[in-house]
Design a protein around this ligand. Structure first.
Ligand code: NI
Length: 399
């Protein structure tokens, strides 16, 4: 198998799990861009026939060379970066979970999975897109793993395949900054992983990276239970030349640490929406999946939830909080509601619109600034038509 065939097969498997990647690539190609992959990343266990050292020979056979080791103590991972045989081919980032650092319980779940792998499973390069080489775990086992390692839980149900491809921003002409790339991706209605900031890294560390939030698919767990799980995501990377004028080739551990969170079980966009909105840092737009439905940030402070199926007795509703910036209890209640929807403890039965009323006043903890919003709901507003300054014409003294 040559390197072109390798990446072609890997890509086909990846886009089957990650339709957003094809959507993004098609959009950039339609904009006249040429897509070059900066790197591709894999996840594996350090147990059974699929350890990093068992997979690495396939990369070396394609002409790859080990570049640098990386260690992620908190996530219990070790990794290597690999340089391609030619600069037009992607670098590879191969990581493995240090299973012995997990609890006995988690280790026994993982051992139960890897013990099912055929001993000769890793003899062909196609092992790198072979998916799950074991029967699906139970959802309870998946949740056990999730408590300790999102990486382990992801791998237990998704299996061995490209975790992400990465568009090289250096190779783009029109969308030549991370910010332009992310704006284009968001215009497609896709969410960006906000962990560690939308853009991780900086020109100073010679690498800027960002990633989408992973696509989601429904998986059937052992016993027949079905759940929607994060699959794979797309990354974007811009490299800068070092002091010698050579383009930086490595990875930045602190940034990679946050990129790993793109497959988090919770969509951090919605989980953090309230806090980020109040701090003034939330994306003005964004959408994604939550259990049983989808959400969309339609404007600053305005979040819409749409269920996949309408409940028979459920009525669409609008919930607003923070009409007065110093009344914080309802804002906290909204936060609890969002957390419930996010975790799947609550499922919306009808469309729901959540509105944070007076954002500037909430941020300063004051009742209102220029206009008491509650006075806009009076029955007897001035009869004259709305002018170009409706706020002024409706202004009323505070109570
Ligand atoms: Ni990456």
């Amino acid at each position: 198998m040559d390197i072109q065939q390798f990446f072609s097969a890997l890509w086909d498997d990846y886009v089957a799990m990650t339709p957003q990647a094809q959507q993004i690539q098609d959009a950039f190609v339609a904009d006249g861009e040429t897509i070059v992959n900066d790197h591709v990343a894999f996840r594996t266990f350090d147990r059974g026939p699929i350890t990093l050292s068992a997979l690495e020979p396939h990369l070396l056979a394609l002409g790859y060379t080990r570049f640098a080791p990386y260690d992620f103590a908190e996530k219990k991972l070790r990794a290597f970066g690999y340089l391609p045989p030619s600069p037009d081919m992607p670098r590879v980032f191969l990581s493995e979970l240090k299973c012995h650092e997990l609890s006995e319980r988690a280790q026994s779940i993982i051992d139960g999975l890897v013990s099912q792998i055929s001993p000769d499973a890793a003899t062909q390069p196609s092992v790198l897109w072979s998916g799950r080489l074991w029967d699906a775990p139970t959802f309870e086992q998946y949740q056990r793993l999730m408590e300790e390692s999102e990486y382990a839980a992801w791998l237990s149900i998704i299996g061995l395949r490209a975790n992400h491809f990465t568009i090289s921003v250096n190779a783009l002409t029109r969308h030549d900054t991370l910010d332009k790339v992310l704006t284009r991706v968001e215009a497609l209605g896709l969410g960006i992983n906000p962990a560690g900031g939308r853009i991780k890294g900086s020109p100073e560390v010679l690498l800027e990276q960002a990633s989408t939030l992973a696509d989601r698919q429904t998986f059937t767990f052992a016993g027949g239970e079905q759940h929607e799980i994060a699959t794979c995501y797309y990354e974007f990377a811009r490299r800068y030349p070092d002091a010698d004028g050579k383009l930086y080739q490595g990875f930045v551990a602190a940034s990679a640490d946050k990129i790993f969170e793109s497959t988090g079980a919770l969509h951090p966009v919605i989980a953090d929406w309230l806090d980020l909105t109040l701090e003034g840092h939330a994306s003005a737009r964004g959408m994604g999946r939550i259990p049983g439905g989808r959400y969309e940030i339609v404007a600053p402070g305005v979040l819409e939830i749409c269920p996949d199926t309408q409940g028979p007795a459920a009525r669409p509703c609008v919930l607003s909080a923070g009409i007065h910036g110093n009344e914080t209890a309802p804002i906290e209640l909204l936060g609890e509601l969002i957390a419930g929807l996010e975790s799947g403890h609550l499922i919306a039965g009808a469309p729901l619109l959540l509105i944070l009323g007076n954002l500037p006043a909430i941020r300063t903890g004051e009742r209102f600034h220029a206009t008491n919003l509650n006075r806009l709901f009076r029955r007897r507003l001035p009869a004259r038509p709305m002018t170009v300054q409706p706020m002024m014409s409706r202004h009323a003294p505070a109570s």
